[in-house]
Design a protein around this ligand. Structure first.
Ligand code: ADE
Length: 332
């Protein structure tokens, strides 16, 4: 028997004791409840494995993190950021959902949505580039997910085609919230509406042994090619930083390469702060207009999400729930 306590599914074991009395025991999900399968991805601190819930046969992606390594490398803080962020990001089809967490002596386990299609980057590499229709569709789903994230006070800070996964329907699922920034203004309607998200009852597996928040919060720099100029010059990210990355992604889907790319990180950063990029010949005019209004050095002068949604490039997109029920255009 299964039920969800704020999304944290636990099973209830029924026992009949020697006097014939029925008792119940609440059992949390653990490693033993899953069959582990193939490796889906490997990071410096984690491995993502396909896994199946033995009881429900539901497939998941389980991120396995090595505790010793994380503590040794002082990454505890980022693991907690990822967990807290995923918990804040309730229920949106465009964001990888966290179902359960548990741990054993060696590892932490995050049970996530399986995105069977893998990384968007894989498709860009395989196809070279996307046509306008595909870019519009994937771009729209990415933007809808960003809008939701921002409405919940989350800045991703490392959006890139590797962190955009695709599910079995070729719908977008954004992942990797380990470097997200949680804005501390608690957005309204965050809890108590029974949306089915878990609250991690278990105490954090270790305390914050990293650098204090006020010193560290703004010093993160994401992947060089997608980093916004304000992060490089002011060491501060804002919601607009995700929209800069979004502009880079739209450019990349159509051009087959990110706008700012150089031999090394330093040169890439130089290009970014100088807005040094060019559109390849044949880049669609309407998409060029959109990208030019996103790749703007002053983050306050970038298009807002509302304006992006009404930009002619996204003409024909029906925003909202319908976008997630739509059939993905075939990639060509
Ligand atoms: N690689 C990393 N996370 C993944 C996920 N949730 N699904 C599929 N592959 C992944």
């Amino acid at each position: 028997e299964e039920w969800k306590d704020r999304g944290a599914a636990v099973s209830i074991q029924r026992h009949i004791d020697s006097n014939g009395n029925q008792t119940h025991r609440i059992v949390k999900k653990g490693v033993q409840d899953f069959n582990f399968g193939r490796t889906l991805g490997e990071g410096s601190y984690s491995t993502v494995l396909a896994a199946t819930d033995r009881q429900t046969l539901t497939e998941y992606a389980i991120k396995v993190l090595d505790k010793r390594h994380i503590i040794k490398e002082k990454k505890v803080k980022y693991v907690n950021i990822e967990k807290n962020t995923l918990n804040r990001l309730g229920d949106h089809p465009g964001i990888v959902r966290l179902y359960y967490t548990f741990q054993d002596e060696r590892s932490l386990y995050f049970v996530l949505d399986l995105a069977a299609g893998g990384e968007l980057l894989g498709f860009v590499k395989k196809l070279g580039s996307f046509d306008e229709e595909c870019t519009r569709f994937y771009g729209a789903q990415i933007l809808d997910a960003i809008e939701y994230m921002h409405s919940k006070g989350v800045i991703h800070r490392d959006l890139k085609p590797e962190n955009v996964l695709l599910d079995d329907q070729m719908h977008v699922k954004i992942t990797d919230f380990g470097t997200a920034k949680l804005l501390d203004i608690p957005p309204p309607n965050r809890s108590g509406n029974g949306e089915g998200r878990m609250h991690l009852q278990e105490h954090d597996f270790a305390n914050n042994i990293g650098i204090p928040d006020h010193e560290r919060a703004n010093s993160f720099v994401g992947t060089a090619e997608y980093v916004s100029p304000e992060l490089l010059t002011d060491k501060a990210a804002c919601k607009g930083s995700d929209l800069w990355a979004f502009g880079c992604i739209i450019f990349q889907l159509l051009a087959g390469r990110p706008p700012f790319k150089a031999g090394n990180e330093y040169q890439t950063f130089q290009k970014i702060v100088n807005l040094d990029y060019q559109f390849p010949p044949g880049f669609p005019k309407v998409a060029r207009d959109l990208v030019e209004r996103l790749l703007v050095l002053d983050p306050t002068k970038r298009l807002t999400i509302e304006h992006i949604k009404s930009h002619p490039f996204f003409e024909g997109i029906i925003w909202g729930k319908r976008l997630w029920k739509q059939k993905a255009p075939r990639l060509k």
